[in-house]
Design a protein around this ligand. Structure first.
Ligand SMILES: [Zn+2]
Ligand SMILES: [Zn+2]
Length: 392
């Protein structure tokens, strides 16, 4: 039973590292050890590496590491794109080499050999579309079209010029420091796509996420059916029941079946666990981005709203405290000739907290789920009505 324990520990540690790295900054993990692991992986480990390199190899080597970091994180580069192609290519190759021999199987039709190719090709097409299509670059020629797409809400977007591009920055646009250009309805710069995600390619990006989530679920389920077919065809459950002389119960049989699967089909087990973890992560990203699409918000705007709400809360608290102080001074003056209140009364009067006006997020771009979704599928700047307005 040593091998299953080793696999369990290995799988748990891998899952913990992957989840901490990708999701450690999510609000639900705030203050937990997952956030601490994320901080170490994203900042701490790099800081200690720099110190180690400087101590061992000198300042020149440290500058070289900093240069590599600048190229990888601050400049457009295809590193993660190559990584994506490698992950997809290698995973699919392993599946073909190790699992296609079981297709067709007891529960799996031969059609899945071809369906899987089509599924991967569609995923690759969405990747190319997201990576190489225009995200909605704002230039001096098309800026008026983008400005007419969305009004300024004067809360998180005010009319101003981009200091780098020297053109009016449309509402919801942002200057991407990596691509060095203004992008309409800016969502975020995606390292995996080596491209900004903006008004014109958010549809491909969301389709990419949803499709890859479905591919992972599809792969994990088909492998699950391959293993179930193997158990059935080889009469494994019957043999194990007779061999160990145990009752045909789930709890009695499960450890022996798991042990047999790990011994005979360890590659398929690892593949299905890998695909299930990916599906879980992609499912989280899909849900988040679908929520953003349905509420007509972007990732960039989510951060802007957080800052705005925090700032407004502080301002309202300051206003409420000032008003409470003024009223207490006024009541003290008017009560100057009255006898002092009892200690109990004074305690309760002091403990009253001033009422703070609640901050409401007023997203003027939210026009209802259906219209919001239509806006993602057919961007406003691409619609005929806007082309007409531009020529008017
Ligand atoms: Zn700009
Ligand atoms: Zn960018």
């Amino acid at each position: 039973m040593e091998v299953p324990w080793l696999l369990l520990v290995h799988g748990s540690v891998t899952a913990l590292v992957v989840v901490s790295f990708l999701c450690g900054q999510w609000p639900i993990f705030e203050g937990t050890f997952i956030q601490s692991i994320n901080n170490f992986l994203t900042f701490g480990a790099y800081y200690y590496l720099l110190r180690l390199v400087q101590a061992v190899c000198g300042t020149g080597a440290r500058d070289l590491v900093l240069g590599v970091e600048r190229y990888c994180c601050d400049r457009p580069n295809p590193i993660l794109q190559v990584f994506y192609v490698a992950i997809i290519g290698v995973t699919y190759l392993i599946i073909v080499q190790t699992s296609f021999e079981y297709i067709p199987g007891y529960y799996v039709s031969g059609l899945h050999r071809y369906l899987s190719v089509v599924a991967v090709l569609i995923g690759a097409t969405l990747f190319v579309l997201t990576s190489f299509s225009d995200p909605g670059t704002v230039t001096a020629e098309n800026v008026s079209q983008y400005v007419s797409s969305y009004p300024y809400d004067n809360l998180i977007f005010v009319e101003k010029e981009c200091s780098t591009c020297k053109i009016t920055r449309p509402a919801r646009a942002k200057h991407c420091r990596i691509c060095d250009k203004c992008v309409a309805r800016f969502d975020h710069h995606c390292g995996w796509m080596n491209n900004c995600i903006g008004e014109k390619n958010i549809r491909y990006f969301v389709a990419f996420l949803v499709w890859h989530f479905l591919i992972c679920v599809y792969g994990a389920v088909v492998i699950g059916f391959i293993l179930a077919g193997e158990l059935k065809e080889r009469k494994v459950i019957y043999i194990l029941t007779v061999y160990y002389g145990i009752e045909n119960s789930f709890s009695g049989l499960f450890p022996h079946v798991a042990q047999w699967l790990l011994a005979v089909h360890n590659t398929q087990i690892l593949l299905s666990v890998f695909l299930a973890i990916l599906a879980l992560l992609l499912g989280g990203f899909c849900t988040y981005h679908l929520h953003l699409c349905l509420s007509n918000t972007t990732t960039n705007e989510t951060f802007k709203w957080q800052d705005y709400i925090m700032w407004m809360k502080k301002e309202n608290e300051a206003k409420a405290n000032t008003a409470a102080l003024k009223s207490s001074i006024g009541s003290n003056n008017s009560n100057a000739h009255k006898p002092p209140p009892s200690k109990w009364r004074a305690f309760f009067v002091r403990s009253q907290t001033p009422s703070v006006e609640p901050v409401v997020k007023n997203n003027i771009y939210d026009r209802g789920m259906i219209r919001n979704l239509c806006e993602v599928v057919v961007p406003l700047s691409e619609r005929k009505s806007f082309a007409r307005r531009k020529s008017d």
